[in-house]
Design a protein. Structure first.
Length: 186
């Protein structure tokens, strides 16, 4: 029993000494803040939980938040759609002149997410990039074609593929806040 206790005690002393030594070299910052920051996790959970947590904090700090309109459940549904799309979408791609054609299955839960997200994202992608983005739906699939009329960004479009193109743009955070505020859903 002593053999197990002694190495644990030595490890504890070593970690405490290293922590004290590191703290002495931090330009005399507020030690209370430094200590709290050093022991607090930076993420409040998985990505979806963290996104909701961040939005709740923003809404709570905004005195103009209309709590009668706030819809965190709608944001959660959208975040689940994002996860379903990323983890489960079935995509076939084909290189075409100046871009890429992607055919995405609309079956099962990932297909439901695709049906909501791709038609909404296609026009936003076009407005943010200048690329042509066309979405055509039928009962079984969605065909999304993205091309660059100038042919300068063809390699980028093809390399991004379906998932990279879905993640392209800086509108997602604003979109999530709007959903939570009850202003925008797919």
């Amino acid at each position: 029993m002593k053999a197990l206790y002694l190495p644990s005690l030595i490890l504890s002393w070593t970690l405490a000494a290293a922590s004290t030594t590191s703290a002495q070299h931090i330009d005399h910052q507020d030690h209370g803040t430094m200590h709290a920051t050093a022991i607090m996790p930076t993420e409040p959970g998985d990505a979806s939980f963290a996104a909701i947590s961040e939005i709740v904090k923003i809404l709570a700090q905004d005195p103009d938040t209309d709590w009668e309109r706030v819809d965190i459940d709608a944001l959660r549904v959208h975040l689940v759609d994002m996860t379903q799309l990323i983890l489960g979408a079935s995509v076939e791609t084909a290189e075409i002149s100046n871009g890429l054609r992607m055919t995405v299955s609309r079956s099962d839960r990932p297909g439901e997410a695709v049906s909501r997200m791709v038609p909404a994202h296609g026009p936003v992608l076009a407005s943010e990039t200048g690329w042509l983005s066309t979405v055509v739906s039928n009962e079984r699939s969605i065909t999304w074609t993205v091309t660059d009329p100038e042919a300068d960004d063809v390699s980028q479009i093809r390399s991004l593929g379906f998932f990279g193109l879905m993640a392209t743009g800086d509108h997602h955070r604003e979109h999530h806040l709007a959903i939570a505020q009850g202003d925008s859903v797919h």
